[in-house]
Design a protein around this ligand. Sequence first.
Ligand SMILES: Cc1ncc(COP(=O)(O)O)c(C=O)c1O
Length: 379
Amino acid sequence: MGEKILLTPGPTMLPDRVRRAMESQPAFHRSDEFYKIFSGFNENLKRIFKTNQPVMTLTSSGTGGLEALVSNVFSRGDKALGITVGEFGDRFIEIAKSYGVEVDELRYEWGTAARPDDIEGKLRSNSYKAILITHNETSTGVVNDIKTIAEICHRYNALILVDAVSSLGGLELDMDGWGLDGVVTCSQKCLMGPPGLAFVALSDRAWEATKKSDLPHFYFDLNKAKKGVEKINPDTPYTPAVSTIMAVSEGLNMLDERLDVVYNRQMIIGNAVRKAVDTLGLRIFARENYSDCITGIYLPDGISSKDIIGYMYKEGVVIASGQGRYKENVIRLGHMGYCTKRMLIKCFDALEDALTALGFKLEAGLSIETLDKELGELN
Ligand SMILES: Cc1ncc(COP(=O)(O)O)c(C=O)c1O
């Protein structure tokens, strides 16, 4: 394989600036060099989370961030409403259950989004400490309407804890403006960094809940992490993944000051990808609330994701299969973070080649033409 184009739902491609940062010697995490990097890093995170609360950096993947949220906010015997529209909604629920939280579930068919009215119905007739919900469901490419759902939670005094692992920094999410109580993301998706860091922020109400929490946590103690982040010379309680912080710091610096520019770019990419898929004569997995960060695509009968992925890999393009029972007949393209017109064109070129080689009839070059037109001057 020559140049590798990574269009998976994470990890995503690393810009050169980020890659170069990973080549330097690590900063000592109790030094001015580190404090300076970490200060700017924390300010950038607050800007991207759209919050005045401290954002805690944990050395773990996104799942660790979700676990930290659960184990710090809940107490024994608490009840939660778990809303799931796919694999990652399921995982959030599993994490809460594994800590003994009693979770009622609202499950939706894969490809569809959570219905705010159903959530209101549940909150009206039950008392939940919190709801658990995924913003961008990466297994299906569906986005939940977090803003509306948050308004409902406020009316019923339930905390809203959001898995924004594959959306924060790509899709609009306004932690303070929408009144979200817990938000988790990680380094390897929209934030253009390598894997290895999770980021967690809590509202005042959620911080209050942490004071009462009697669930076990040691490494993932968010109050300890908060103390570190709030110092004039901010640090972490234990040795963080310093090299990863240095790299992600470059990614965060690159995320435009004006997040609406980023969201708009993401919207143009999402639309272009969906139109290109249409021209191939293939069906998009999501049925509503399409994600602009990731697109699932049904494959034609008789063609397996394994064959398509294998073929595209040889052409230098890495994509992912569907998840759960859709592993065989669905592929997923990640188009978040550092994703350019050139990468997308290379991806669809390889996809057209793979489909043709596997016997599917399509009009060669049409998806590329569509991308070219829809993406215009975007680079
Ligand atoms: C929505 C969502 N939640 C949670 C996770 C888990 O993150 P990680 O693999 O970094 O632990 C992912 C990973 O793809 C995700 O997309």
